[in-house]
Design a protein around this ligand. Structure first.
Ligand code: NAP
Length: 320
């Protein structure tokens, strides 16, 4: 079968389109015939070799696929061949025509949800759910600000937060991103590429600050986030691509919480809870993944360049 293999860490060009043997599922695994593959920023961090936890070489990147169950391990009663599924993690690696995954990483794809939409869920939707409801403890009636709401994680969070009764605000860096967020029903949106956007935002909101912030670029925004939070507000750090200097005193008077998030820490129970919420939202139509661009599997190198570009406003996918 065809797959993308990485034999040395480095630039996108290390993603090699190659022939490898089809994997065989272990007793608690399934084999999935892949129809669509989600590309996430973390795939690029790992590929570059600059991530705290690295796979041994060679490896096949990718955690999020959607497809059809083709074979079940010998102790696997929860799936039957032909079932439409999506994954939050694989064993053999996602950028391939077939993958093996533990059944605890595999979830039913609701009727009416396409494979491309299914492949957009694993990392982004699960992160959004965890950030809002597990790390962020979001409550109906609260105000949430999503700094980088035009991200794949952000657009899932906008939809989930609205459905849960929060008032949702956020930022994007392009007019297309702002328009997209308006179409998702956001209550207020600002452009994070405009110099004075935070001052404008503060003036517009006056003292009506946010209870919760989901932060996609903490190394740029964390210090200013402290000025946007209401007393006892929380910020969940989802993305950060560098360091920042800020005055910890700003957290003291208003008793602000800075909460880190790593999807890799999800317990089995949290994963199940998040998928139940995501599947219900897909079924009722309150969550619809936004897709920006689809590349063929052999163009994984271009997909890795694109996933790190600004202004794409949606999910980057591969099709095998
Ligand atoms: P994505 O779709 O590539 O989105 C990146 C976002 O960052 C874009 O919406 C971009 O907006 C926005 N951005 C650019 N400059 C910004 C600024 N100054 N302030 C705020 N936002 C800004 O990425 P994703 O897949 O949704 O992931 C979002 C981030 O979370 C990434 O850094 C990713 O690595 C991280 N993440 C972490 C976890 C975890 O476990 N902690 C899990 C998933 C993702 P425009 O393009 O509109 O300018």
């Amino acid at each position: 079968m065809k797959a993308i293999q990485v034999s040395k860490f480095g630039q996108p060009e290390v993603l090699q389109y190659t022939d490898i043997d089809r994997p065989t599922p272990a007793i608690d695994e399934v084999l999935i015939k892949v129809k669509a593959i989600g590309v996430n920023p973390v795939d690029t961090y790992i590929r570059s070799g600059k991530y705290p936890v690295l796979p041994s070489l060679p490896y096949i990147p990718g955690s999020d696929v959607a497809g059809i169950i083709e074979q079940c391990g010998s102790q696997e009663p929860s799936f039957t061949c032909g079932t439409r599924v999506y994954t939050c993690g694989t064993i053999s690696g996602g950028y391939a025509q077939r993958v093996t995954a533990k059944t605890s990483q595999v979830f039913h794809l609701p009727d009416g949800i396409s494979f491309q939409e299914g492949a957009s869920l694993g990392v982004p939707a699960t992160t959004a759910w965890r950030a809002l409801f597990i790390r962020g403890c979001a409550q109906a009636g609260e105000k949430v600000f999503i700094h980088g709401a035009s991200s794949s994680v952000g657009m899932c969070a906008v939809q989930m937060a609205r459905a849960a009764g929060l008032k949702v605000y956020g930022t994007a860096g392009t007019k297309a991103g702002i328009d997209r967020l308006k179409s998702l029903g956001i209550s207020g949106v600002w452009n994070h590429r405009e110099q004075e956007y935070l001052s404008t935002l503060q003036k517009e909101l006056q003292n009506n600050r946010f209870n919760l912030i989901l932060e996609m670029l903490a190394n740029v925004n964390l210090s200013r986030d402290m000025e946007l939070l209401a007393p006892r507000g929380r910020v969940v750090v989802i993305g950060s691509r560098g360091t920042i200097t800020f005055d910890p005193r700003s957290t003291m008077g208003p008793e602000l919480d800075i909460r880190g998030l790593s999807l890799f820490n999800s317990t089995g129970e949290e994963l199940k809870q998040a998928q139940a919420g995501i599947q219900a939202a897909l079924t009722t139509g309150t969550l619809k993944p936004v897709i920006a661009r689809v590349f063929s599997l052999e163009d994984a190198c271009k997909a890795h360049q694109q996933v790190m570009a600004n202004g794409k406003c949606g999910k980057i996918l591969l099709t095998p």
